[in-house]
Design a protein around this ligand. Structure first.
Ligand code: PMP
Ligand code: GLU
Length: 395
């Protein structure tokens, strides 16, 4: 039968992070001893006080549709959080709570983008940005960055990419997949460029804000000249280990928040009521309550950094945030491993899965064909075993 899918859909691909993790799960179910370092999913339980709040919400009868943008109480707590942690002033009418940061991004893109508008995305980028932009029939303008510059875009590169069609810029800090964290100064210089182009909006994806190991996280919206151009995006998946609870949110100019509310009202009505009650407890809590997870990630990062140096052919910069390493593995291209020619990062990731049963994600998913993403959101034991296997297979 003739393929009747929309053109829009034909142009986009499956999420490679989710595909790799599904493959790993499938192999595990078939009895293979798989170590899954592909997905960015913390292995902790959500904090006790969050679990308690969710159970209480069930007992207290929070079973019904909530306001489209989220309970007012939650939006007030988000405003307090954004002020406490990020020094940003928002009012509840500027906040929209969504089904994960993913839906929050899609709401903003659908609010802003017309066919053929351009969206600047520094690469390496988080896997879904590019596909979401394409889903809106807009045009991703990918700006490659280099390991020498810690995979960060500089003001000259940014300005060069701007055209009369540029509508939006989207980036994450700390960055998935590179772990890079933009400093206050670096963001200030980018902000100076955006100030010259007040019609360009910025999505600042700060979902890893608490997972920072040296530089403190800065929100680009603190620069008052461009505050009204910024959509500050965040969520509970990473910092509170609540990936399945699906809570994300934005703080944005009111006209954007209103538009996201309109879209969401037609698409999902609201995000989950119990998860929203739990989010109130999570975001009210002082960040020191989740420090134990950050310390654990720091230990794991240091462990990964020390083990990776023992593997020939991996080139790495020091990631200062999130829970990924993103080594360059192009040394292996054109070489045969176990009789199999490695042409690119996809082949290399495939080789690791077959030979060592360690699942990773090819850098091609993130717009960098020479690298490999390894998530260390897994237990120390698993990380040690994974690197032992990789070292044995490659050295
Ligand atoms: N942004 C980044 C940078 C991410 O890594 C993720 C991963 N889940 C998301 C957004 C989406 O998060 P959520 O689970 O809240 O949809
Ligand atoms: N954000 C995580 C990752 O990059 C989860 C998977 C996804 O949402 O794509 O692995």
């Amino acid at each position: 039968m003739k393929n009747r899918l929309s053109h829009r859909l034909k142009n986009i691909s499956y999420s490679q992070t989710i595909a790799m993790s599904a493959k790993a799960r499938d192999l595990k179910n078939k009895g293979y001893d798989i170590i899954n370092l592909s997905l960015g999913e913390p292995d902790f339980l959500p904090p006790d006080f969050v679990l308690y709040a969710a159970k209480k919400a069930i007992d207290e009868g929070y079973h019904y549709y909530t306001p489209v943008s989220g309970y007012l109480e939650l939006r007030k707590v988000i405003c307090q959080k954004l002020y406490r942690d990020n020094h940003l002033k928002y009012t509840p009418s500027q906040i929209v709570v969504s089904t994960g940061a993913k839906q929050a991004i899609m709401n903003v893109l659908l609010s802003l983008l017309n066919k053929n508008d351009e969206v600047i995305i520094p690469a390496p980028y988080w896997v879904s940005y590019l596909q979401m932009v394409k889903l809106c029939e807009s045009y991703p303008v990918v700006v490659p960055t280099t390991m020498n510059n810690n995979f960060k875009i500089n003001p000259e590169q940014l300005e060069k990419a701007i055209t009369s069609k540029t509508k939006l810029f989207i980036f994450s800090t700390p960055c998935n997949p590179t772990g890079s964290v933009y400093s206050y100064e670096e963001l200030k210089y980018l902000a100076e460029i955006f100030k010259k182009y007040p019609e360009i909006m910025i999505i600042s994806d700060e979902i890893y804000e608490h997972i920072c190991y040296s530089d403190k996280h800065t929100s680009i919206a603190i620069f008052s000249d461009i505050h009204n151009q910024v959509i500050t995006l965040n969520g509970l998946s990473k910092a509170f280990s609540m990936t399945g609870w699906r809570i994300g949110y934005i703080g944005a100019p009111e006209w954007i928040a209103k538009s996201c509310d309109k879209i969401q009202g037609q698409m999902t009505s609201c995000s989950n009521s119990i998860a929203q009650r739990a989010a109130i407890a999570a975001l009210k809590a002082d960040p020191s309550k989740i420090e134990y997870m950050i310390q654990e990630f720091r230990k794991r990062r240091n462990l990964v950094l020390s083990m990776i140096t023992e593997i020939n052919g991996f080139q790495l910069n020091k990631p200062n945030g999130a829970f990924y390493v993103f080594p360059k593995i192009s040394y292996f291209f054109g070489k045969k491993l176990d009789g199999k020619m490695i042409k690119n990062a996809d082949d290399f990731s495939e080789f690791l899965l077959e030979k060592t049963q360690v699942a990773t994600v090819s850098g091609s998913a993130f717009g960098d064909h020479e690298c490999l993403r390894i998530s260390y959101a897994s237990s120390e034991d698993k990380i040690i075993e994974a690197f032992k296997r990789i070292k044995k297979a490659l050295n």
